[in-house]
Ligand binder design. Sequence first.
Ligand code: AMP
Length: 201
Amino acid sequence: MNIVFVGPQGAGKGAVIKEVVKIKPFDVIATGELFRKEIATGSALGKKLKATMDKGILVDLNTTLNVVKGALKNKKNIIFDAFPRNVEQAEAFSKISKVDKVIYLNLDKQTAYKRLTNRLTCASCNYVTSKLVVKNDVCPVCGGKLFTRTDDTREGINKRFQEFETRTLPMLEYYKAQGIVYEIDANQPLEKVVSDVLKVL
Ligand code: AMP
């Protein structure tokens, strides 16, 4: 079964998925994370990806599809975090695999913006927290180093919102036409969002 998670930046897709997979046995394919891993290798592809991602724009279709195809191997029940992200990717993906359900974590822009400008991510375990909660750069889960993502600048955040509105929202319409979109209010405590998601999985 393939589940796609969609939501604006800051809706908490990563945090919700982390809780869901503790309860339901899904593999996770998160394109943003796969790209960040490639960047960390220092490869030529990684340098190209960083330049694109720092601008807040989408990585090209071929590169994205290749990364997803590589990650798909030997996996059966998959949660996709932020892939597909537009109609073009959804149509291309429909030729490789099928999407069973789309979980739309809906969050207003103002709340998302506040979350993102304070976001801290752990370099070791990918835990996401907030400068409003943690006052140093030590991950409360694993002791790793917390960092601010290089695309979490005012400019990067605005550009990603624009990408979401102009390219991802039309993709939701594409999946709504198939009757497989489940909308969840992401402006609730994490446990409530997770239980709402579990009800529809
Ligand atoms: P995320 O970690 O989901 O916030 O993604 C960070 C950045 O990675 C995005 O702003 C894009 O530049 C890139 N990215 C992640 N997922 C995709 C995707 N499905 N298609 C194209 N670019 C992506």
